[in-house]
Write a protein that binds this ligand. Structure first.
Ligand code: HEM
Length: 185
């Protein structure tokens, strides 16, 4: 006869003996799920990845120019900010077009929920970039900076960081867009 402790222990271990089928993501079973290589690329280098550096740098540059205007009062900085905000928006749209083509043309990218999450975050960022530029053009370079211009460009920096981090996750975690033919020696 088993002792109470031995019975309790076998009752605890019993379920592991039952064969439970592992859950499988049905989308991952589609053969084209593994096709993730970029199609909007120059010699295998995705154009989207090349373009995103511009909205990132110019969006942050707008905030930097606003801070320098606050600090120095020099009217050069709000003029620099309006050009930086415009450049961030225009290059953001170009990056968005390349990214959207990638999203629609590459089956393995299109099938992953994370790609659509990135699309939504990026569209929100593009709206903020457009607002930051349009507001300055409408109100006037220096008058737009305080308080709304600088608040908007601060928000743009935070949203850019989030979008860029998420884009990096697509590339470095899910390997989206990267080449499937290794040229390593
Ligand atoms: C609006 C639509 C957008 C879509 C559909 C999109 C889609 C994608 C896709 C599919 C990738 C994976 C790499 C590739 O296939 O090229 C990616 C990467 C990335 N995205 Fe976007 N994107 C969009 C906009 C943006 C914007 C506005 C930014 C700016 C911050 C951005 C930042 C990034 C970054 C930093 C990466 C990683 C690039 C790398 O390190 O190689 N994306 N995006």
């Amino acid at each position: 006869m088993k002792s109470g402790a031995a019975e309790r222990s076998s009752a605890r271990t019993a379920p592991s003996a039952v064969c439970v089928p592992r859950l499988q993501d049905p989308v991952a079973l589609v053969p084209r799920y593994s096709l993730t290589e970029s199609r909007v690329a120059i010699a295998g280098h995705p154009i989207h990845a090349m373009l995103v550096a511009f909205p990132v740098a110019l969006g942050c540059g707008t905030f930097g120019a606003d801070l320098l205007f606050l600090w120095t009062g020099d009217l050069f900085w709000p003029r620099a900010a309006v050009w930086a905000a415009g450049g961030a928006f225009v290059f953001g749209i170009l990056a968005g077009i390349a990214g959207t083509m990638e999203l629609l043309l590459v089956p393995g990218i299109r099938m992953r929920a994370a790609s659509w999450t990135h699309f939504i975050i990026a569209m929100t960022l593009l709206s903020a970039l457009g607002l930051n530029w349009g507001f300055r053009l409408h109100i006037g370079t220096a008058a737009a900076v305080l308080p709304f211009g600088i608040l908007m460009s601060g928000l743009v920096v935070a949203m850019t960081a989030f979008t860029g981090w998420h884009g990096g996750k697509l590339v470095f975690e899910y390997q989206l867009g990267s080449s499937t033919h290794s040229r390593a020696p």
